[in-house]
Design a protein around this ligand. Structure first.
Ligand code: PEP
Ligand code: MN
Length: 343
């Protein structure tokens, strides 16, 4: 529920409405707007609560209108927060007016491999470096990542290059450790509904890059974001990375680019696209990356590797450095032609 106050409502009237909401046992959220204040109630209301609230508010002054929010997520919705979220990390901003490319290998394999990738990412103009230290692999026999050793490499390469870093955290008990070594916490597709992990990542107050689960609906995706936001952490970035395909013979997942304008319509959170996991095939990454920019994404996550043939994970979808550099210049040209700001 959102209570929109009148233009000329006084602070005392706003306080009175907030007080009445508290008396019913609910938490009011003051939403300052450009010209008027609104008061949101993020909880799902029971019919009884709704009825008593409506009767109390009916007699109060300074209210312009009361609207029932149409969606189950609240803090993630554009109805609730009408200003799009902008996230500052080190010297970059993620969100409106800034298109960012996150580049780097699927896994951190060694200091040499990761430093090599980082330098190429930096030279091509991208500002954010990715690399997995804890890898969620389908098989327990596949490479699982270098764990804390990988985090240490990430930190030293991030410090040496000045790039903003992002890496995945797979469990709630590792959030504080991973947060020591990286700027942005990635929550992987398989963990999208790991609620204790979402809550812990929320508490960390670190920017959270939340990947869409392979079969998650838009409501499920935004409700997962809601778990992080609900902890007072407003720094959430959504990432579409492909949903379960009907045909695995050609692509690994089906990149759902249609979800980008949908998420932008209903949520204020920045939306990224990962065409690497979305297609699973290196040669399809560039066309889908450019398409993502055109449909309104705020950025991309692209896997690249100095030598994909020897990559310990996801080599078949990794761009070689030249392909990554070429894609960056094509994206820059496309951005210039369409009034998008790179970086
Ligand atoms: C990754 O980014 O390397 C990864 C494992 O992605 P996802 O969680 O989208 O599968
Ligand atoms: Mn990967």
């Amino acid at each position: 529920m959102i209570i929109v106050m009148q233009l000329e409502a006084t602070q005392a009237q706003v306080d009175a409405v907030a007080g009445a909401i508290k008396e019913i046992g609910l938490d009011p959220l003051i939403l300052p707007g450009e010209d008027r204040v609104a008061i949101g109630i993020p909880a799902s209301l029971s019919p009884d609560q709704r009825e008593s609230l409506e009767s109390v508010l009916g007699g109060m002054e300074g209210i312009n209108k009361i609207t029932n929010t149409s969606r189950p997520y609240k803090l993630a919705s554009l109805e609730f927060r009408r200003q799009r979220t902008s996230i500052k990390v080190k010297d970059i901003e993620i969100g409106p007016g800034h298109f960012h490319v996150i580049g780097g290998p699927c896994s951190i394999e060694s200091e040499e491999q990761f430093m090599g990738a980082a330098q190429m990412v930096k030279e091509s103009g991208a500002r954010i470096l990715r690399g997995g230290a804890f890898k969620p692999r389908t098989s327990p026999y596949s490479f699982q990542g270098l764990a804390v050793e990988g985090l240490k490499i990430m930190k030293s390469v991030g410090d040496a290059t000045g790039l903003v870093t992002i890496t995945e955290v797979m469990s709630s008990d590792m959030v504080s450790t991973v947060a020591e070594y990286t700027d942005i916490l990635q929550i992987g597709a398989r963990s999208m509904q790991n609620f204790p992990l979402l809550i812990e990542a929320g508490k960390s107050q670190r920017p959270v890059f939340l990947k869409r689960g392979p079969s998650a609906t838009v409501d499920e995706f935004l409700l997962a974001a809601e778990y992080v936001l609900n902890q007072g952490n407003n720094n959430v970035i959504l990432c579409e990375r492909g949903v379960l395909p009907i045909d695995r013979a050609y692509t690994r997942n089906t990149l759902d680019l249609g979800v980008v304008p949908v998420l932008k319509e209903y949520s204020h959170l920045p939306v990224f696209v990962d065409p690497s996991h979305g297609t699973g095939v290196a040669k399809y990454v560039a066309p889908m990356a450019k398409a993502s920019m055109v449909v309104g994404a705020d950025g991309l996550m692209i896997e690249m590797h100095p030598n994909p043939k020897v990559a310990l994970s996801d080599g078949s979808q990794a761009l070689v450095p030249d392909q990554f550099t070429k894609l960056m210049s094509e994206l820059t040209a496309l951005a210039n032609a369409t009034g998008i700001q790179m970086g």
